[in-house]
Design a protein around this ligand. Structure first.
Ligand code: ADP
Length: 489
């Protein structure tokens, strides 16, 4: 441990000693040589109280002894030939004052030492702890703060905390205004070290208030989470890479459906083009039919372009961007991509989508990835079923947990094999698969996506042997309320 962490006990300097000796000498001189009929010796109390700031217990007792001796000496010099009640009383008052001041000085000293020891304890923690007064001036700086920020105590004390550490508030942290009347605050902050490196800290504040409740000082306890943040960022990056790769590989599994989705409008364009040409080449061209054929070509061209842009969105590697949407929108995006797959696997589709669908805040591409994964898994789980109907049911509905919280729910149910009990407990954990060529990451990524939307995903046994997956997302009630008031009557 370096020096004491606070200024509660200072060491005596030469100036202190000189001032104290001068004080004692002046009081002795006045008491002995000035013709005053008052208890001058009581002034020794002032010297004793002042000495408690820089003298130890023994030093205070020594000063006390000197003051008592000087009082007695003074009395002996002035009144050695007579014993009068007045001077005796004044000497006794002086001695009492010295006694009381000595006791008070010893008590102050003990309290200061105990405070100082408590402050020294704060040096044992690895956390950076500092105290700033109401003007943001640093009044206490522990060893952890020295280590984290690189500023030695001597240089940090007396500086303005925000200017020294260049405090930046993370959006999640809110601002200190949120502190309001509360005496505590916690959030993540960015501070700049002495060597200009930034550190991310979890900061906990405790505000000390005076008897009228006005803030007088704030104690900040900061724990360095820079490494943890970097690891989280790296993890997030890897996760989004994996998410992208999985999405691409799922799209790879759907090539037949996708090719069909694009081929259909292209074939329609060719057919309508040929028909339009025939109407034109007639002896009497039928312009009305030509116009209709061109219109059909345009609408099929648009359909093809929509499919391609949807695919591009799914294949693109982009950062999540949340917009207001409904789970029905997601289902509408996904169905064309999986229709062909269902057809070739003899799977019937039952859609039960509640309208108007509740609004949610979500990333369209990520949520489409979740639904595609659930649907493809369901189709695969039914691919070996021969004794019952292969049916995929997709249901959307609103669920009220209580008056304040509502959920948008999407259910994907199949009549397949059901969940293998061997992996039932680890279904949403990466790399658990029962498929020979499966990676076992689809459901784990789906859970990460749904979690990042503030929702949840779960599985139970379906009514007809198969599996029933439920995705729940919080309904955006505020936006719904605004949409309702904007709606024309
Ligand atoms: P993968 O499809 O590559 O195996 P997933 O994470 O998507 O990875 O699925 C993990 C496992 O969960 C699958 O291997 C399968 O055993 C099980 N599973 C997922 N969906 C269903 C379903 N609808 N019916 C039965 N089992 C399922």
């Amino acid at each position: 441990m370096s020096e004491r962490p606070s200024r509660m006990i200072s060491r005596p300097t030469g100036l202190h000693v000189v001032l104290m000796l001068a004080g004692v000498a002046v009081i002795f001189a006045i008491d002995t040589f000035a013709p005053l009929d008052i208890a001058i010796a009581a002034l020794y109390a002032v010297v004793l109280i002042a000495s408690a700031d820089f003298l130890g217990r023994r030093g205070i007792l020594l000063v006390c002894a000197v003051c008592v001796l000087q009082t007695l000496l003074s009395y002996a010099i002035v009144h050695f030939d007579s014993l009068q009640s007045g001077p005796v009383l004044r000497a006794l008052i002086g001695l009492c004052a010295i006694g009381i001041a000595t006791l008070a000085a010893l008590r102050n000293r003990k309290a200061a030492e105990s405070l100082s020891d408590q402050a020294a304890l704060l040096d044992l923690t690895h956390d950076a702890i500092f105290v700033r007064d109401r003007n943001d001036v640093i009044t206490f700086w522990n060893a952890g703060a020295e280590e984290l920020y690189g500023w030695p105590r001597k240089e940090a004390l007396g500086q303005k905390a925000n200017a020294l550490l260049k405090t930046k508030y993370l959006p999640s942290a809110g601002t200190t205004e949120q502190l309001g009347d509360s005496s505590r605050w916690q959030g993540e902050l960015i501070h700049t070290r002495r060597d200009s490196r930034e550190v991310c800290v979890v900061s906990r504040w405790a505000v000390q208030r005076d008897e009228r409740g006005r803030p007088i000082a704030t104690m900040e306890t900061n724990s360095d989470i820079t490494e943890q943040k970097q690891t989280e960022d790296a993890l997030h990056h890897t996760r989004s890479q994996l998410e992208h790769v999985t999405r691409i590989s799922t799209l790879g599994e759907l090539t037949a459906s996708i090719a069909h989705e694009v081929n259909q409008p292209l074939a329609a364009i060719v057919t309508n083009g040929e028909a339009g040409l025939r109407w034109l080449l007639r002896d009497e061209p039928n312009l009305k039919e030509v116009r209709l054929a061109v219109e059909r070509m345009i609408s099929n061209g648009r359909r093809a372009s929509e499919v391609i842009s949807r695919l591009r969105a799914l294949a693109r590697k982009s950062n999540p961007s949340h917009t207001v949407l409904t789970l029905n929108d997601i289902v509408a995006d996904v169905i064309p991509l999986v229709e062909r797959e269902m057809l070739s696997n003899n799977v019937a589709l039952r859609l039960d989508l509640q309208a108007p669908a509740p609004l949610v805040l979500g990333d369209r591409v990520q949520l489409a990835q979740v639904v595609i994964n659930l649907v493809v898994n369901a189709i695969q789980a039914m691919s070996q079923i021969g004794d019952r109907r292969r049916l995929l049911s997709i249901t959307s509905k609103r669920l009220s947990e209580d008056s304040n919280s509502q959920l948008a729910v999407l259910e994907v149910e199949d009549t397949g094999t059901g969940i293998d009990p061997k992996i039932a407990n680890n279904l949403f954990t990466a790399f658990h698969t029962t498929k020979a060529d499966g990676m076992g990451v689809g459901l784990s990524i789906s859970r990460t996506i749904v979690d990042s939307h503030g929702g949840s995903i779960s599985v139970t046994s379906g009514d007809s042997c198969g599996a029933l997956f439920k995705v729940r997302l919080p309904v955006l009630q505020q936006v719904e309320a605004i949409a309702a008031t904007d709606r024309p009557c």
